[in-house]
Design a protein around this ligand. Structure first.
Ligand code: GLU
Length: 484
């Protein structure tokens, strides 16, 4: 065990905050707290196209909601600031240069056309895919001159070309990779920005991370990372790849089968402590096999080496059961506090009220009029079912439209608002050749259960992405069962 335990979570702010991020954060948190070390939050926003500040904000909020805290990070600062990779570009450029000077990396001038042609050739001959090392053998003096002359290039890492590479993983022991399968990874892109691999390794080293505990999907990056440590002459941290969370059918957890956004669980009223408790059971068991325990009890009993491989199933029924147990433990006052914390908070009510204000004559009308703002699912009566089907379209066509609308237009919205929802609905119409009228009514009925509602975009904005997504999906499922 290294003298000082420093762990980190390194999310990329490219979407909604994911349960997988909470899972990995929890185990990193436990490791640091158990050993009196520090837990760092680093934002990996090197993918400039996909990174979004709104996503970063949601990650902070979701982790705070769960009750996880970090000792260093973009929001709290710390001795290794900045903790946002987009603010550290010079550090990576400098390190890439060091590797080139040591002969461990090289500039590559291959054009996009050449790489595309190469890929096509490899595909047709069913050969090994990947970069063929064309620029690896360039004379360094010539390469340097071309770089100095401003020729466009990337920097690639020299990987061993034969034999195998062995890297230790805490849970798997020595993992062996065939060198021939791994090509020379791009470290620095032609725009001077780093790839994940370079930025991740440089930061883990500079930030003194002792244990890299992350999701199994990064295991395939391990040989590249190990090679980077070797090339820099740095000591490697302990690597520990956590098992992937799975759907009940053992596929990798995905939003098609399970809600994966922490925002969903928060809005649906899962209690953060139940969620953490449930995540702690993913691949790990209390020494006395107790299933219900607090975060502090988890930390006190935690041991990284006890994690079992084999995909733990993220089972909504069991999570629901556990949450129910936590709810029943609360006093009525505490339960009221929870309701007032989110679903019945002044904040939320003040968003709903303007949408109902004009339409109620006595206060008791409010619940009947605005009830759908407070439920999870909505029920569609016969009239609503009819209105769910788009004019001049079949139920199956409407169901398909809902799916495309969700996946291509609503899901990718980084900042959910009346404006962004409207733009997404109109973009769908444009692309699919639907009229606004044809789409808006079925969507209105899908998200509210009714044909007469407050203005659609404002309503969807207040309901939030998660609720709208859930209801549109449920409506599509219903439409699929409907006869023409
Ligand atoms: N940015 C990566 C992610 O989003 C971090 C992977 C790692 O922990 O090394 O998961």
């Amino acid at each position: 065990m290294p003298d000082v335990v420093r762990t980190r979570i390194a999310p990329s702010p490219t979407g909604d905050p994911h349960v997988g991020t909470a899972y990995v954060a929890l185990f990193n948190y436990a490791m640091a707290r158990k050993h009196g070390g520090q837990f760092v939050l680093r934002i990996e926003d090197t993918d400039r196209q996909r990174s979004h500040p709104a996503s970063e904000r949601m990650i902070f909020e979701a982790l705070h909601w769960l009750g996880l805290t970090w000792d260093e990070g973009p929001d709290v600062g710390g001795p290794h600031a900045p903790y946002r990779q987009s603010e550290r570009s010079e550090v990576y450029r400098d390190h890439a240069r060091q590797l080139v000077d040591r002969g461990a990396a090289y500039p590559c001038f291959c054009s996009r056309e050449r790489l595309d042609a190469l890929r096509e050739e490899q595909r047709l001959s069913k050969g090994q895919l990947g970069y063929d090392g064309h620029c690896r053998g360039l004379d360094p003096t010539v390469a340097r001159r071309r770089v100095a002359a401003g020729e466009e290039h990337v920097i690639r890492l020299k990987m061993p070309t034969e034999g195998s590479l062995e890297v230790a993983d805490l849970l798997r022991g020595a993992v062996r990779f065939d060198a021939a399968q791994i090509d020379d990874q791009v470290l620095l892109k032609s725009d001077g920005f780093p790839t994940y691999h370079l930025a991740n390794v440089v930061d883990d080293h500079l930030m003194g991370i002792s244990h890299v505990i992350r999701a199994e999907e990064w295991l395939s990056s391990l040989p590249k990372h190990a090679q980077l440590y070797r090339a820099f002459g740095w000591e490697q941290p302990v690597f520990c790849h956590l098992p992937l969370l799975r759907n009940a059918d053992s596929s990798k957890i995905s939003k098609r089968k399970n809600p994966v956004s922490l925002n969903h669980y928060r809005r649906a009223g899962y209690l953060p402590e139940a969620m953490l408790n449930y995540l702690a059971l993913m691949g790990w068991t209390m020494p006395d096999e107790r299933e219900v325990f607090t975060l502090n009890e988890f930390v006190a009993n935690f041991s990284l080496g006890d994690i079992r491989l084999g995909g733990p199933v993220f089972d909504l029924t069991k999570l629901g059961w556990l949450n129910g147990r936590y709810i029943r433990e609360l006093s009525a006052e505490a339960l009221l506090g929870r309701l007032r914390g989110d679903l019945l908070s002044d904040d939320y009510l003040l968003k709903v009220l303007p949408l109902a204000h004009e339409r109620i004559d006595v206060l008791e009308d409010f619940i009947a009029y605005a009830g759908f703002f407070f439920t999870g699912e909505v029920a569609w009566d016969d009239a609503a079912r009819t209105a769910l089907v788009a004019k001049d379209r079949t139920p199956a066509e409407t169901a398909k439209a809902f799916r495309v609308l969700l996946e291509e237009h609503l899901d990718p919205i980084p900042e959910w608002s009346a404006e962004s929802v409207e733009a997404a609905l109109r973009a769908f119409c444009e692309k699919a050749g639907w009229t606004a009228k044809q789409l808006f009514m079925p969507v209105r009925v899908a998200v509210t259960g009714r044909a007469a509602t407050p203005p659609l975009f404002d309503t969807m904005a207040v309901l939030g992405k998660e609720v709208c997504r859930r209801r549109v999906r449920a409506a599509a499922d219903l439409l699929r069962t409907m006869k023409v």
